[in-house]
Write a protein that binds this ligand. Structure first.
Ligand SMILES: [Zn+2]
Length: 293
């Protein structure tokens, strides 16, 4: 099977061709500009690749409800040119193959669930901490949808007692993204996260917030594993700090094998940054199977 994957990000389009067992055969990156010129380049890439189906994991907000009149459209995004753009329809009409769509976070979660460190597990949470914070969640092997999709990046957290920063989210003063995203770190400390690696106070505060969010996700979703990706999590020193705080906050409340071995429970993303696009390959496989069923 030759399958196409499109990880549509706000800054770049990652286009790939792969097989159903997760082998990537080809990959290219197209910068995201306006929808017309960007999608022309994306379609041109896939046109001669002989793909049988395409999976898309898109930045949002994107309408992923199949019964909706605006299924596959980008909704009210701050990127004005992309507002109400028919992402799915445009590419499906051009390529004439089955297309399956997910949110970017669910796409990454699916990549880990199918090919990565969550393979074979039933309930998984994938959290990306970078420019924004988002989560993809799988329950009983199914990606979680509902009213829209999980917005765990905006869960409310308790402020660190020594944090005077007001928060970067325009909607909520003390949400996860507002307090712990890359831009929040930069605004609070006056320098980007990658220049602050040696400042222990920065990461003590960061792990305070991430650990609270992990505890909330553990208590609500009871996942088998939590995977942390995104630019901020490239600082691997955060992992032991987060695990230690999670244990402290839970305070012995959960007695499971997983809680005894947090090194294997709260883990880094496993697919060398390809979890999103590999999730798209699996989406494409599902699109093809769905069409044949
Ligand atoms: Zn918020």
């Amino acid at each position: 099977m030759r399958l196409g994957g499109l990880e549509a990000r706000g800054s770049k389009m990652i286009c790939a061709v792969g097989t159903e067992d997760g082998v990537l055969l080809d990959q290219t990156i197209i910068p995201t500009r306006g929808p017309k010129e960007t999608m022309e380049d994306v379609i041109a890439y896939f046109r001669d690749k002989e793909i049988e189906a395409l999976g898309i994991a898109s930045f949002g907000p994107v309408d992923i409800h199949k019964n909706s009149d605006t299924y596959g459209y980008i909704l009210d995004t701050p990127k004005e040119a992309w507002q109400h753009f028919n992402l799915l329809g445009t590419i499906r009409d051009a390529l004439q193959v089955p297309v399956e769509l997910e949110t970017d976070m669910n796409g990454a979660c699916l990549g880990e669930l199918t090919f990565g460190c969550a393979k074979g597990l039933d309930s998984v949470v994938y959290v990306s901490i970078g420019t924004g914070i988002g989560a993809g969640i799988a329950v009983n092997g199914q990606l979680l949808h509902g009213m829209i999709h999980p917005e765990a990046g905006h869960m409310l957290l308790r402020r660190h007692p020594r944090d005077g920063y007001e928060g970067s989210c325009p909607f909520h003063a003390t949400c996860f993204e507002g307090l712990a995203s890359g831009p929040a770190i930069e605004e609070r400390w006056g320098r980007p996260a990658e220049e602050l690696h040696n400042n222990a106070t920065v990461w003590e505060m960061e792990s305070h917030y991430i650990a609270q969010a992990m505890v909330n996700l553990i208590l609500i979703m009871s996942p088998r594993v939590i995977i942390l990706g995104g630019g901020v999590m490239k600082n691997e020193a955060l992992f032991p700090m987060i695990r230690k705080r999670v244990k402290k906050i839970l305070n012995g409340y959960l007695n499971t094998d997983e809680m005894e071995d947090l090194d294997k429970y709260i883990v880094p993303a496993s697919l060398k940054g390809n979890q999103g696009v590999m999730g798209c390959i699996e989406l494409a496989r599902r699109a093809l199977v769905g069409q044949q069923a």
